[in-house]
Design a protein around this ligand. Structure first.
Ligand SMILES: Nc1ncnc2c1ncn2[C@@H]1O[C@H](COP(=O)(O)OP(=O)(O)OP(=O)(O)O)[C@@H](O)[C@H]1O
Length: 267
């Protein structure tokens, strides 16, 4: 596993008017790893992701990408860094087919016409590189796909655009058991291919099935960022519900960032 984070957030604050939603949040995202971002409803996960993806400006804090401080002022800035977010509901257009969805807004042209064969080839290659065999035809309308296939196409779309960091917002929330397994396998494969994956999830089984690292938010603060292999389900539930876990081996008064000093954390 790589020792240096690809993306590092430090001291992130974000308020909406008088409501302070993120306070001094830290997050480190490593290449080749799945980082699960967990927290109760309203903990600030979506807001943090919107800050990372340039939708919301941060009020304070630093964002470092490959060791260099960056300013992400817009989704375009984020896309240029290779940060792609796959939202559960908004990821695809039902009335378009798989190829059209994967190239929406970034179509390949040949003269004034769309280069359909090139787009079809690239879409097919991307799906194949992710070992996706479940879609019958690249020209199938997305409305005819199952929930799991839709997530697969949405994730493949992010990969197609040379993403370095793929942020998945509850990708299995609407899926049954078998489809959840497929999507989690795909998530793991993305990381094994060297991408950084951030997985927002409320499902501890999913988290422990694929995550290398778990970042927990509690009431807009970082409760801890730990290796998944160093914690139990019960400890993560404590981090989510009361903001700390007495059994993490941290001194009781330690600031949450000390979680980085847990055994196995990168130095
Ligand atoms: N645009 C906004 N204006 C004011 N408050 C907001 C805004 N967006 C989010 N909030 C508040 O910020 C807090 C964090 O919300 P956020 O959606 O980031 O949490 P979350 O962890 O993603 O929750 P969930 O798991 O329910 O999606 C909530 O109290 C929410 O009401």
């Amino acid at each position: 596993m790589a020792a240096k984070p690809l993306l590092e957030l430090r001291g992130i604050d974000k308020s909406f008017g008088p409501v302070r939603v993120l306070h001094d949040v830290s997050l480190s995202v490593y290449p080749g790893e799945v980082t699960a971002l967990v927290g109760d409803n309203g903990a600030g996960k979506s807001t943090l992701v919107k800050c990372i993806s340039g939708i919301y400006p941060i009020d304070a804090g630093t964002v470092t990408f490959e060791g260099r401080e960056v300013a992400v002022h817009s989704p375009r800035d984020a896309a240029e860094l290779g940060i792609e977010v796959v939202y559960q509901d908004l990821a695809l257009c039902d009335n378009l087919d798989i190829v059209q969805n994967m190239f929406l807004g970034r179509e390949i042209r040949r003269g004034i016409a769309l280069d359909e064969p090139a787009m079809e080839r690239l879409a097919g290659e991307t799906l194949a590189s992710l070992s996706v065999r479940s879609v019958n035809s690249l020209r199938q309308l997305v409305s005819s796909l199952s929930g799991g296939e839709r997530q697969t196409v949405a994730i493949a779309k992010a990969v197609l655009w040379n993403s370095r960091i793929v942020i998945l917002d509850e990708p299995t929330a609407a899926l049954g058991v078998a489809q959840t397994t497929h999507v989690l396998e795909l998530v793991r494969r993305l990381a094994d291919n060297g991408l950084s994956v951030v997985l927002i999830s409320h499902n501890m089984n999913d988290v422990f099935a694929v995550a290398d690292r778990i970042a927990a938010l509690y009431l807009g603060r970082t409760a801890a960022q730990v290796r998944a292999s160093d914690v139990t389900h019960a400890q993560v539930v404590e981090l989510i519900t009361i903001g700390r876990s007495g059994n993490l081996g941290l001194p009781p008064e330690a600031p949450n960032d000390f979680a980085d000093l847990l055994p196995g954390a990168p130095r």
